[in-house]
Design a protein around this ligand. Structure first.
Ligand code: ATP
Length: 254
């Protein structure tokens, strides 16, 4: 990928594909992960591969809810670690919260690969953001020894940490699946998700949905988190935000 110039019109997309295929080779991903990524790419094409104003609003609301949380957590799957683990750890550092690995197809080998990638990314993040390097080094990386379960959810993806997802009042889940999002909402939690598909069950169930590409929006989120807290929008209408995102997609060709 080193031979692709940054001016290439598909540069960001090609780099993301490279991150995904490298992660697959390192055993971090389930086989279906690349299909999920492809579905996201199709929606991003419709967005013109840009963060729209509607997404900016959702990023702002997510940032506020995370900062106003009593206990928040960032829940990551394989794709999220592969695409944006370093930046997500930096977000967790600003929020003083843990990052928890929670995956659908949980195997010891995949968990080991993900935890070791996150440990490397934690070191990279400390170098990239020296002004918060102490907080970055202190971010707990959870997932290895889950001691709790998300109620009403079958299988290994229900496993979680009592000092992470289980006790959090606000959760940021880049790339969630619909069932788990429903189960977390049913527990009374505020769930903020990043999902390029405004029609997915996740997007429609979440408290706040950022319809944007993960790698692109996470750096904007990090900047917002570093700013002052503003009040949460009591009247946040997620359904309207999703409808507006869909309209942006439908207008791309105008
Ligand atoms: P649901 O159960 O919520 O209806 P799904 O089954 O369609 O979702 P999954 O296969 O679990 O979805 O996950 C893929 C989702 O993640 C898709 O909605 C896709 O648009 C989104 N997605 C994939 N890659 C990215 C990315 N890089 N940034 C943001 N969203 C992404």
């Amino acid at each position: 990928m080193g031979d692709v110039p940054e001016s290439h019109p598909r540069y960001a997309s090609l780099m993301a594909r490279k991150k995904m295929t490298d992660a697959a080779a390192a055993g971090m991903l389930a086989e279906s992960a690349l299909i999920a990524h492809g579905r996201g790419e199709a929606f991003d094409y419709l967005l013109g591969e840009k963060t729209c104003d509607v997404a900016q609003e959702a990023i702002r609301e997510t940032s506020t809810r995370l900062k106003n949380a009593e206990r928040c957590v960032i829940s990551v799957n394989g794709n999220a670690v592969a695409l944006a683990g370093t930046e997500l750890i930096a977000c967790a550092a600003v929020l003083n919260c843990p990052v928890e690995v929670n995956i659908y197809y949980r195997t010891p080998a995949r968990m080991k690969a993900l935890l070791s990638a996150l440990n490397e990314q934690q070191k990279q993040a400390a170098e990239l953001y020296p002004e918060i390097s102490d907080q970055i080094s202190a971010v707990p990386i959870l997932g290895a020894n889950p001691d709790g379960r998300i109620p009403n959810l079958e299988g290994p993806r229900a496993k979680c940490h009592s000092d992470g997802i289980l006790s959090a009042d606000v959760i940021l889940v880049p790339l969630e699946d619909g069932d788990r999002c429903e189960a977390l909402i049913a527990m009374g939690k505020t769930v903020c998700v990043i999902d390029l598909n405004p029609l997915s069950r996740t997007a429609r169930t979440a408290s706040v949905t950022i319809v944007d590409e993960l790698t692109r929006c996470v750096s904007i989120l990090l900047k917002r988190l570093m700013e002052d807290v503003r009040g949460s929008d009591e009247h946040w209408d997620n359904e309207k935000n999703l409808q507006d995102s869909l309209e942006v997609m439908l207008r791309t060709l105008d």
